[in-house]
Design a protein around this ligand. Sequence first.
Ligand code: A4P
Ligand code: MG
Length: 191
Amino acid sequence: MDAAAASRVMRRVASKVKAYIALGANLGDPPSQLRAALEQLRAIAAVEVLAVSAFYRTAPLGPPGQPDYCNAACAVETALEPEALLDVLQAMENAAGRKRGGERWEPRLLDLDLLHMEGRVAQTPRLILPHPQLHLRAFVLVPLAEIAPDLLIPGLGTVRELAAAVDRCGLRSWPESPYRGNGPAVTAPRD
Ligand code: A4P
Ligand code: MG
């Protein structure tokens, strides 16, 4: 590869892309944990938070008898590689006291899933992009549709289309949502 081609590759690798993150919690004080996670993301120099959805109360998917979840979605811009962004999200989950290794879909203090990164696909043991369950979950699609309705999920359609088709049973607004979530420009907490 000549120097000019190498430099083009470097630029591509270093250029910023939009990424979409699902936030969820159903132990402790879920909206506070989501709000704290968003503040932590804002404090990371390599990540710019562009938009945050409203918070939703959602019926838990998983073993019975667990509390409702608080769910939201956010859009960020970053030059981090997908696995590096996943490292950041998992470190935040750990710092929030997240325990791992129990049964599948057990209750949790904080869950941060990487839903999609523009122009990136991944299929490794650590990271699947787009998130393989994204198109099946109202608790992901409804918040995501507030901040990225025209986002195209390859092979599946736009987020607007997917959100319109998903079963919203068990999903309600979180009454004290700190974000209005009424459009892509909304990034600031509600007064
Ligand atoms: N991993 C692979 N791809 C990704 C990705 N795109 N984003 C790997 C994040 N992680 C990804 O995740 C398990 C493994 O998936 C990790 O090692 C990571 O490298 P985890 O967060 O450690 O554990 P988990 O979250 O329990 O796993 P799982 O099966 O991915 O669960 P989900 O899909 O995250 O579902 N009900 C409601 N109402 N709302 C929720 O938010 N969330 C879950 C968790 C269950 N029920 C829910 C909700
Ligand atoms: Mg997860």
